[in-house]
Design a protein around this ligand. Structure first.
Ligand SMILES: Nc1ncnc2c1ncn2[C@@H]1O[C@H](COP(=O)(O)OP(=O)(O)OP(=O)(O)O)[C@@H](O)[C@H]1O
Ligand SMILES: [Mg+2]
Length: 370
């Protein structure tokens, strides 16, 4: 087994990875690294290359260009003609399908990776007991895998993946077969366990809320390429471009041009082509220049709405729809042919048909590359 002695800062390195399937470039020059013990999520729509990236790390795909290494150990390098067999990579994997053996008990399933490593029985039993306790399956250890619920089977898969204390844990949409409530529970549970065992993890999902809840960092992918890598809060509040802004959460996206660029990373966007006469102060997310086309992105919770035009600078609108959600009211407000999505406080008591004024906060009004 290839054990890597490594400095903490760059544990796994994926360097200019390219993978073709026929004429389809499934992974198109992807580079990233991850620190030891961190939880990194690859997030993106179906077909963007998440699984292919993961499989390339696991050695279940050969690659067409680039290098993958953990510490000083090169797993794959096209240029150096190195390919370490998957079983030598010391990686634990948890997939969408539970992939535990139906003819074995839970304890036997979990013990299996240790048996093939020819570890002594006493130690195997000890380690199996420990991880089963960690994932909350102690009571189930003698049950056949088929007697478990979906959530329990996924816990058993996780126990089997971590029992040998691998260098890396790879997850490919492990929660997507579970119903919504269980999925939400398991997110937190999985994160707790990963924290406790401290194994460096890469998690693949197309579910943005899963990514936001669980990750230390998120890589947003599209069409085989990385669009943005950042901490969850920044991916949400400072999307690098229109694609990320649309993919993560809900945003009002307004096309315009950058009328003025200040020195401080702020500017003025002219949105006249979408909403007549509207300009707004904004923060610039990237290297935009005056005159550039921009997409202004404003989250619904960052627009304030009131029936009075406080300060005289509000955008006039009419409430088309107001849905009470308990802690907020989800509104659609039309203004010069544009429909704003706004989350208002219930105390504003907005009703369909009300005339209102919208106030944008320049700090939360972000101009991005379209
Ligand atoms: N074994 C394969 N043979 C041929 N093409 C493949 C193969 N695996 C993936 N592809 C193609 O590579 C691209 C990336 O696929 P990949 O499975 O990595 O996407 P994904 O991001 O994991 O999507 P999903 O969210 O649907 O699982 C897709 O266009 C897909 O059709
Ligand atoms: Mg996939």
């Amino acid at each position: 087994m290839a054990r890597a002695e490594t400095k903490d800062e760059k544990y796994l390195v994926v360097d200019h990875l390219i993978k073709w399937f026929g004429s389809d470039r499934a992974v198109d020059d992807v580079s990233f690294s991850i620190e030891k013990g961190k939880f990194l999520t690859l997030l993106g729509p179906s077909g963007c290359g998440k699984t292919t990236t993961l499989m390339s790390i696991a050695g279940l795909h050969t690659i067409d260009s680039g290098e993958i290494r953990v510490g000083d150990v090169i797993y794959t390098s096209k240029e150096k003609k190195i390919f370490l067999a998957p079983e030598k990579r010391d990686i634990g994997m948890v997939f969408q399908s539970y992939a535990i053996w139906p003819h074995m008990t839970v304890a036997q399933n979990v013990a299996y990776p240790l048996e093939i490593r020819k570890i002594e029985r006493v130690e195997i039993d000890e380690r199996v007991d420990k991880v089963l306790a960690l994932v909350g399956l102690t009571e189930m250890s003698d049950k056949l895998a088929t007697q478990l619920s979906g959530g329990q089977q996924q816990r058993a898969s996780l126990a089997r993946a971590i029992v040998s204390n691998p260098l890396l844990l790879l997850f490919d949409e492990p929660l997507s077969n579970l119903d919504l409530k269980l999925r939400e529970q398991m997110r937190v549970e999985l994160k707790r366990i990963q924290n406790e065992v401290g194994i460096t993890s890469i998690y693949v999902t197309h579910d943005q809320s899963e990514a936001l809840v669980m990750s230390d960092e998120i890589i947003v992918m599209s069409k085989g390429q990385i669009e943005q890598r950042d901490i969850p809060l920044s991916v949400y509040s400072k999307p690098a471009n229109g694609y990320v802004s649309q993919f993560i959460g809900v945003a009002n996206l307004i096309e315009g041009t950058l009328a003025k660029k200040n020195k401080s990373g702020t500017g003025v966007a002219d949105l006249n082509k979408t909403i007549k006469g509207l300009t707004c102060d904004c923060v610039l997310s990237s290297e935009l220049e005056s005159g550039d086309d921009v997409l202004v992105s404003i989250r619904p919770e960052n627009i304030s709405v009131s029936k009075k035009n406080t300060g005289g600078k509000g955008i006039k609108g009419k409430v088309d729809l107001a849905i009470f959600l308990g802690n907020c009211v989800d509104c659609r407000i039309s203004s010069d042919g544009f429909e704003w999505k706004v989350l208002s406080h219930p105390r504003e008591n907005l009703q369909q048909g009300d005339s209102v004024f919208l106030h944008l906060d320049p700090k939360h009004t972000l101009a991005v590359t379209p």
